[in-house]
Ligand binder design. Structure first.
Ligand SMILES: [Zn+2]
Length: 290
């Protein structure tokens, strides 16, 4: 398929209430819908004034809701490998394409008998620290997603394909453990972009790398002063955990915790408190609260 005037030729259209602004896409963000059908998803999206660029049924039938040069309201509060200026209320909506696959996620489990023959795959969810039965993505749906994403990669300066979970790392585990990013990553330049490169600079002489973004969480490793880290994503959390009060209508707040990779492998290694880093991607106003 080809992209003409920011629409994929031959794809069905679906109109959503949310209207975006103009953009140049650099990132593809994959999601699951928590619904079974595009009709259900469209109803929920219109109710919340949210949107994705692409909605894909389980049988692979896909719909485009807007041109790729228009933003969609899909990632919420989020950030990704920013060099600077992560502030309250930021979002990677600007500069990204949202693709949503119809899939119930692990909620699927609740309606199923707990037997070995039940559909879906039983898998450990580190976010919820429990075993959950995840709905599998049918091959026809995956094929449609790969076709659309590769068209987008061919037409725009896309640097990465990520999950919603990567850019909003304390949000829902989205698109979940059964989505395989490797076929699309293979189409992209390698190595991938790294996050803000900085070093550990703590008055204790070391910084704890933790499993979760809080001071009570398990310590995975001690990072000595001078050790290099790459900040991938800064987490949002409850008001209690935030580093500065923000407008009361926000449900989540920017915290002092960042997901980092160690060295150049570009993988999430754990969370660190940014007070022990030499520099952060936060705006100076926010960085002063660390
Ligand atoms: Zn999502």
């Amino acid at each position: 398929m080809s992209i003409n005037n920011h629409f994929i030729s031959g794809l069905g259209r679906k109109t959503l209430l949310h209207k975006g602004r103009s953009q140049l896409p650099r990132l593809i963000v994959i999601h699951y819908s928590v619904t079974n059908t595009v009709a259900e998803a469209a109803m929920a999206l219109n109710h919340e004034k949210l949107s994705y660029h692409i909605l894909i049924e389980k049988d692979g039938t896909a719909f485009q809701t807007r041109g790729f040069n228009e933003t969609a309201a899909h990632p919420g509060l989020s950030n990704w490998k920013s060099e600077k200026d992560i502030g309250l209320g930021n979002s990677v909506a600007q500069g990204s394409v949202g693709i949503c696959l119809m899939n119930k996620g692990y909620a699927y489990d609740k309606t199923l008998p707990q037997s070995a023959s039940a559909p879906g795959k039983l898998i450990y969810n580190p976010n919820d620290q429990s075993m959950q039965r995840w709905e599998k993505y049918p091959q026809a749906q995956i094929n449609a997603c790969h076709q659309i994403a590769s068209d987008v990669i061919a037409a725009y300066p896309i640097t990465e394909v990520v999950g919603h979970h990567d850019v909003a790392i304390m949000g829902k585990f989205d698109p979940g453990p059964l989505y395989d990013f490797s076929p699309l990553n293979a189409l992209l330049p390698s190595p991938k972009l790294l996050g803000l490169k900085t070093t550990v600079d703590s008055k204790d002489g070391f910084l704890n790398l933790r499993e979760e973004p809080n001071a009570q969480s398990t310590v995975l490793q001690n990072l000595a002063n001078g050790a290099p880290v790459h900040v991938r994503s800064v987490t949002y959390g409850s008001r209690v955990a935030c580093i500065q009060p923000s407008p009361a209508k926000r449900k989540r707040y920017l915290t002092a915790w960042a997901s980092v990779s160690l060295g150049d492998d570009n993988q999430h290694a754990g969370f660190v408190h940014m007070g022990g880093l030499k520099s952060t991607p936060l705006t100076p106003t926010l960085a002063a609260f660390l």
